[in-house]
Design a protein around this ligand. Structure first.
Ligand code: SAH
Ligand code: SF4
Ligand code: F3S
Length: 471
């Protein structure tokens, strides 16, 4: 079943919107929200920018490269404007928030600029652009509204919008935003500036959204936030919720997992600082959570973690890994790592390699440190030369690849529970899903599998995926 508006329901004068999304899953969720808003304005999604009336670039600012991508894409899109004088181009997302007026001035191609906190204003901004003829902009964050009423009964009927998915790509696996912003201010990171302070969504709204997605055919829900384990602390402070001892995030997970037709519940991203033992323990009780945890560490050196302001030491990180593996002994754990942070010595870097060996991460998302304007670390002394960063990244990736391949090969011969997410477009009858450990697996089947949980015998493996057959 598709959530997007049925073409036959569109008025004959329907316009077309093309959305390009970079960055993290929060941007994907925001793009879905943009689509939902614009469908109400009689826009229809198109994959082809040259037939669009409105192009939205939903941008990422996390590393310098991400920003360059926007500027070069704008250069290409400029030519489309010469062919279609009515075409409007909107830059949304974290680059829009970070660069604001400066970017608008530099790039007259942009008609609308809006930060992640102002998505709801797109219809108004479009009208303003059309009426006034000048560039329209909305950035910044609205103050959270805390009602006088405490948060209500989770099972009460909430009226929520079920956002459409972008081209049906993630019909089975849907995102629900549970929190905006971040309060952590790690010294390398732009997110607190581009997404503002932490504001949690109310539990009953999250529950209602998750339930609505499940009733519309989703089998898997991923709860999204920059720091999901600290979910609800703001609501608690403001007297909106009265959580159990396990804390608001564990309460929320238990509630969402209770939706009967939901098959898997995931969440991202967790900051190790806020990972509690009750959260780890929940994995032992709630099968829908799977056997996988993404826990960004960034570095294996306490000195570097200190200057990154990550708030945990390597020993504390390892303690949390132990909690997770006490709850689920074969828990697959992935991480994020930064190499070449200012003053990182060969010894510090070696400590990161040692940590990879010790934890045996199933996967690492590793990046070279990219100095970002406005963050504290850009002013740190002893910036590491680019060539050294590149050489360290290559060594790190080599070690991680060996571990990933060895772990994937060790899956051969095992029976695994798989949630099937999509059918290959190029090869009908080939289905892709994920195991409980989040490993991608490819299976051929004559009966349709999308949305199903099924047992699979693994019979092959490489770095990126497993293959198997239905049992
Ligand atoms: N909230 C998440 C991370 C969000 S950003 C957390 O705290 O774990 C996603 C990842 O991008 C980070 O984990 C980090 O590894 C990487 N990253 C962020 N800023 C960066 C920078 N300036 N240079 C290189 N990588 C960066
Ligand atoms: Fe950035 Fe740190 Fe917040 Fe993650 S926790 S979003 S790395 S400031
Ligand atoms: Fe990028 Fe913004 Fe996400 S900077 S990683 S899109 S929060």
């Amino acid at each position: 079943m598709s959530h997007s508006v049925d073409d036959s329901l569109l008025k004959p004068d329907a316009k077309r919107i093309h959305i390009e999304t970079w960055g993290c899953q929060m941007n994907v969720a925001d793009s879905e929200k943009i689509l939902s808003l614009m469908q109400k304005e009689n826009f229809q999604l198109t994959e082809n920018p040259s037939e669009a009336d409105l192009i939205v670039l939903n941008t990422c600012h996390i590393r310098e490269k991400a920003r360059h991508k926007v500027v070069s894409r704008l250069g290409v899109l400029k030519e489309l404007k010469q062919e279609n004088k009515d075409l409007k181009i909107a830059v949304a997302g974290c680059v829009a928030q970070a660069e604001g007026k400066k970017l608008l001035k530099q790039a007259p191609t942009i008609d609308i600029l809006m930060g992640p906190g102002k998505i709801d204003e797109l219809p108004r901004l479009l009208k303003e652009r059309q009426d006034s003829g000048s560039q329209a902009m909305a950035i910044g964050f609205n103050k959270p509204k805390y009602d006088d009423e405490p948060s209500g009964d989770l099972s009460c009927q909430q009226s929520v919008d079920v956002t459409p998915s972008l081209f049906g790509k993630n019909e089975i696996s849907r995102f629900v935003n549970i929190q905006q912003g971040c309060d952590n201010f790690c010294t390398f990171c732009v997110v607190p500036f581009t997404r503002g302070r932490e504001v949690s969504e109310k539990p009953e709204v999250i529950y209602a959204k998750a339930k609505a997605h499940v009733l519309h055919c989703a089998s898997e829900i991923t709860l999204l936030g920059q720091n999901v384990n600290s979910y609800g602390q703001d609501l608690q402070k403001n007297g909106q919720i009265n959580p159990s001892e396990a804390g608001p995030f564990v309460d929320l997970l238990a509630k969402v997992a209770s939706i009967p037709q939901l098959k898997r519940l995931r969440f991202t991203t967790s900051n190790p600082h806020d990972l509690t033992k009750p959260l780890a323990d929940l994995f032992a009780q709630e099968r829908k959570l799977g056997s996988y945890f993404h826990l960004p560490v960034q570095s294996g050196s306490d000195e570097i973690l200190g200057t990154m302001r990550r708030k945990v030491t390597v020993a504390e990180y390892l303690e949390r890994v132990k909690w997770l593996r006490d709850a689920v002994p074969d828990m697959a754990i992935s991480t994020d790592l930064i190499v070449g942070f200012p003053s990182e010595t060969e010894e510090d870097f070696q400590a990161t390699l040692d940590l990879i060996e010790k934890v045996q991460f199933c996967f690492s998302y590793a990046f070279m440190y990219s100095p970002r304007k406005g963050t504290a670390a850009i002013r740190f002394k002893d910036q590491v030369p680019e060539a050294v960063k590149a050489e360290r990244l290559a060594r790190l990736n080599k070690l991680q690849n060996e571990i990933t391949i060895a772990q994937n090969e060790a899956e051969i011969g095992k029976d695994r529970e798989v949630l099937f997410l999509y059918e290959s477009l190029k090869e009908p009858g080939i289905y892709y899903g994920r195991t409980r450990h989040f490993r991608l697996i490819r299976v051929a089947s004559r009966r349709p599998l999308v949305g199903e949980l099924a047992m699979v015998k693994v019979d092959g493996a490489n770095k990126t995926a497993l293959t198997g057959s239905l049992i």
